[in-house]
Design a protein around this ligand. Structure first.
Ligand SMILES: *Cc1c(COP(=O)(O)O)cnc(C)c1O
Ligand SMILES: [Zn+2]
Length: 402
């Protein structure tokens, strides 16, 4: 039997794991506290087991229901010596989360959260999202045969709706303030017995832990010096930090990496609070980042991210909107087509190197968080050239290309 509780990240009040509302009465996010004594990585490998099976011991789950699994995780850690040299860092690696079942890391959190919902007997799940989380929850809900409700804002681009609706979810465009939907969804969840697997719920954070576990294993338990994470709600970076901390507490690694949250200048509420030395975030006015996946103006885990980074000496940085498209192109030079949010850490590497924070001694891991195919409208900004040629002229044409 695994023993765990939910604990408030701020006031440390504890709750039963069956608590449905994912926040404390002080309104800060809850977190799973699991007893780490005797925990181990299961024998096997990526051919024979899934990431959830491998790290099952560390997860607050008693069983894994196969029908709800899509075998997320075990994504590649791809390096480039050439790019490391150009950017003057020791090693530069990308955790390629575009390889997940619905092409973003959100699948890791959905995978754990849906198992938890099933264990509590839920027949319905939902989420509030316009992007990757919506597709992820819809896919897992469909696989598990659960009724699935996705709340999106009214202004959502059509290109984003079909990739969610294809999974058979009830997609509901909601008129009104998008920010308020998070809280409202939790109330609706209680009233209608729908488990809302929102951005920073404790079980989603548990899923993100596996990113850190995998990085540790992929680097033979030598932790990288820096891990750069594009940050919006803060749920994912909380999970990554928790994963490294747990391996550290178990003696599997000997140090913690420096965690860097990266935001875009068009929406940087966590950075703004961090740079002022504030303990709480303020809503970011008029957000307008092209990195939609990191565009939450009032991140529900923002305060906890500030607390945690202060504790572990992490950092927050911001990149200019103008640096995102070039970084997306540079990422593509490694064969990784990430969406704008995925390119933000790479943009930050250049900046942090210039500031003397990253050096030629450092191993740097960037989270390539989700696929570029999810956000194709931004591609026109690249002015990508395509040639046209008659068949009979093709050979001469190819010969003429330098
Ligand atoms: C959700 C998401 C993020 C931000 O993660 P948070 O947990 O909200 O901080 C970054 N990149 C992509 C591609 C995402 O889908
Ligand atoms: Zn509390």
């Amino acid at each position: 039997m695994k023993d765990y509780q939910l604990m408030c990240t701020s006031c440390h009040s504890t709750y039963e794991p069956s608590r449905i509302y994912p926040r404390c009465c002080c309104n800060e996010p809850l977190e799973v506290k699991i007893d780490l004594v005797g925990k181990r990585i299961m024998e096997g490998g990526s051919v024979k087991q899934t990431s959830l099976e491998r790290y099952f011991d560390f997860l607050p789950l008693k069983h894994l229901k196969r029908e709800a699994m899509l075998n997320e995780g075990f994504t590649a850690l791809v390096g480039s010596e050439q790019m490391a040299e150009t950017l003057k860092v020791g090693r530069l690696l990308f955790k390629n989360e575009t390889q997940n079942p619905t092409w973003s890391f959100k699948d890791r959190g959905t995978a754990v959260a849906i198992q938890h919902a099933l264990s509590l007997g839920y027949g319905k799940i939902g989420t509030v999202s316009t992007g990757n989380m919506a597709a992820s929850v819809a896919a897992y809900g469909n696989k598990a045969g659960l009724k699935t409700y996705i709340f999106v804002n009214e202004g959502i681009a059509e290109e984003k709706l079909a990739p969610v609706a294809i999974y058979g979810a009830h997609v509901i465009k909601v008129r009104g303030e998008y920010d308020k939907m998070y809280d409202e969804s939790l109330r609706i969840g209680e009233a209608h017995h729908i488990s809302f697997l929102n951005s920073d719920v404790p079980w989603r954070v548990e899923g993100s832990k596996t990113i850190a576990y995998e990085i540790c294993e992929q680097l033979d338990f030598k932790v990288p010096d820096f891990v750069l994470v594009p940050t919006s709600s803060g749920g994912n970076v909380r999970g990554i930090i928790k994963g490294f901390e747990e391996f550290y507490q178990c003696g599997l690694i000997e140090a913690m990496p420096t965690i860097v949250c990266v935001q875009a200048s068009g929406c940087s509420p966590i950075y703004n609070a961090y740079i002022k030395g504030a303990k709480t975030i303020e809503r970011f006015d008029n957000p307008h980042t092209m990195a939609h996946a990191i565009g939450n103006p009032y991140p529900p885990s923002g305060n906890q991210v500030l607390r945690k980074l202060a504790e572990i000496k992490g950092m927050v940085t911001v990149v200019e909107e103008g640096a995102i498209i070039p970084a997306q192109k540079a990422l593509a030079s490694l064969g990784i087509f990430g969406q704008p949010a995925s390119a933000v850490p790479l943009a930050a590497v250049r900046q942090l190197q210039q500031q003397g924070i990253l050096t030629e001694k450092d191993t740097v891991v960037c989270l390539a968080s989700g696929s570029g195919l999810k956000h194709t409208s931004v591609l026109s900004k690249h002015h990508l050239p395509v040639h046209t040629c008659n068949l009979e002229d093709l050979s001469a044409f190819i010969g003429g290309i330098k």
